[in-house]
Design a protein around this ligand. Structure first.
Ligand SMILES: Cc1ncc(COP(=O)(O)O)c(C=O)c1O
Length: 448
């Protein structure tokens, strides 16, 4: 019988033979994880960590949800795979479920195996439908890792692939960020110049097929737009015949306290893409949902897109179970309710810590942005620091929290708080206490 590998060997083999994503490979020492349950995961030494970012903001129902696991098991026995050209029980039932929860005008679906592929599908559909080419995206954004979706990504993960934007027909507009406005305006006196600039771009560019936005920007800082932004963006899109694509890969599925983030503004996109929480991340599923108007177009036009794993039965069954769990346990409402509690606790920390520049969020989705200088809002680290492999201050803080048993995602100069919806107030308090203590590292480096 083969001898068991030790945790150290597992870490070494993983680092030696597999790629660590979005990082320099040198120095990668991935933690050996052996188990996870509820809001915790456990390493090879038996140490428990409170998962305060639901891994990659995706395990929304927490680890080991039994209903979702059962759906995977049953589907594996019943029909593990059939090609995308066939009708299946789960394909029909999930479609019905999606009609219950998605913005009402989205009625036709293309299933993928990631958020990245959902966005690729959206770009191709938008181009085929409009007959136009360009996609407008925004600087502070992430839309995926393949050539089209990385080209539409505003953050520095795109840089290694330049001139990706040019090749793929993507142009960038300003993000909406009222803490650090890229146009140097101040809300509400700004007239929402960031959205008016998109109008200016469309008028001057011609050939714009779609604008792609994360309704609440995720990894790039949990940026929540002011209330005027989306109604005006919808108006601009309508006026120019440009499609509005809402990328809800991270912000969807109750994360912001509504089923979808766009629901906060009572308007509907032409295309909505999503993934992650759709199956609470236990199996890889993405979705590209379109309006009937777009769907009807393809009745008489060739739908030039597909994958071997499109509508893969093993990915669809757990999505039905995950949506039913959310409905049964009223988890969207719980995200809204507990999100207020989490927001209050984080906001209270701001008065205490000079390193906190801003606290912002919706539902159980909060960002805390650190600043080296409170007046100038100068960050501790920049995008260039990130891609040059320089140690980042946010990673030091997150490392300290891991030592103390709390996992929190950090990105350049902020943290993303996005616990599973089954989190309790006591667990929120535990995470806040750990964050409060770890922030001493950042406070000690504040200057001015
Ligand atoms: C907003 C957004 N879009 C797209 C993606 C890509 O999704 P995936 O990693 O499933 O390909 C992500 C991933 O984090 C995301 O946050």
């Amino acid at each position: 019988m083969a001898t068991e590998l030790t945790s150290q060997q597992i870490t070494e083999l993983t680092a030696k033979h597999t790629y660590g994503t979005w990082r320099y490979q040198k120095g990668w020492r991935p933690l050996h994880v052996v188990d996870a349950e509820g809001c915790y995961f456990i390493d090879g030494a038996g140490k428990k960590y409170l998962d305060f970012s639901s891994q990659l903001m995706c395990v929304s129902l927490g680890h080991k949800n039994q209903a979702v696991i059962k759906a995977i098991e049953e589907q594996a026995r019943k029909l593990s795979y059939i090609g995308p050209g066939y009708a299946t029980d789960v394909r029909a039932k999930l479609s019905q479920k999606l009609l219950e929860v998605l913005p009402k005008n989205l009625t036709k679906f293309f299933f993928t195996t990631s958020g990245t592929e959902a966005n690729e599908a959206a770009f191709k559909i938008a181009r085929m439908f409009t007959g136009k080419t360009k996609i407008i995206a925004r600087y502070r954004s992430y839309h995926g890792s393949t050539m089209g979706s990385i080209a539409a990504t505003g953050d520095p993960r795109r840089w290694a692939m330049e001139p990706a934007g040019k090749v793929q027909g993507v142009i960038f507009g300003p993000e909406v960020n009222c803490f650090k406005c890229p146009l140097l305006h101040t809300y509400p006196d700004c007239g929402i110049a960031c959205v008016e600039y998109i109008d200016h771009m469309i008028k001057n560019e011609s050939d714009v097929a779609a604008i792609l936005v994360e309704p609440v920007v995720g990894t790039n800082g949990v940026l929540v737009p002011p209330k005027e932004y989306f109604p005006r963006l919808r108006e601009i899109c309508n006026a120019h015949g440009v499609l509005l694509i809402a990328d809800e890969v991270m912000a969807g599925w109750g994360r912001t306290g509504k089923w979808f983030a766009i629901d906060h503004w009572d308007l509907t996109p032409d295309i909505l893409t999503t993934a992650k929480g759709i199956t609470t991340a236990y199996v890889p599923l993405g979705l590209c949902a379109t309006t009937k108007k777009i769907a009807d177009f393809f009745d008489d036009h060739y739908f030039s897109h597909g994958h071997t794993y499109e509508a893969h039965p093993l990915t669809l069954a757990p999505a039905i179970a995950a949506i039913e769990e959310m409905q049964k346990h009223k988890l969207v409402e719980r995200s809204a309710e507990l999100g207020e509690y989490l927001g209050q606790k984080l906001t209270a920390l701001k008065d205490k810590h000079p390193s906190i520049g801003e606290v912002r969020g919706l539902g159980l989705f909060w960002g805390v942005e650190l600043v080296k200088n409170g007046k100038s809002k100068e960050p501790f680290n920049t995008m260039t620091d990130k891609v040059s492999g320089k140690p980042l201050l946010v990673d030091k803080v997150a490392g300290e929290m891991m030592k103390n048993g709390v996992f929190l995602q950090a990105w350049i100069s902020h943290f993303v708080f996005a616990p599973p919806f089954i989190i309790t107030k006591e667990q929120i308090d535990e995470a806040i206490r750990t964050f409060d203590t770890a922030l001493a590292i950042a406070d000690s480096e504040v200057s001015g």
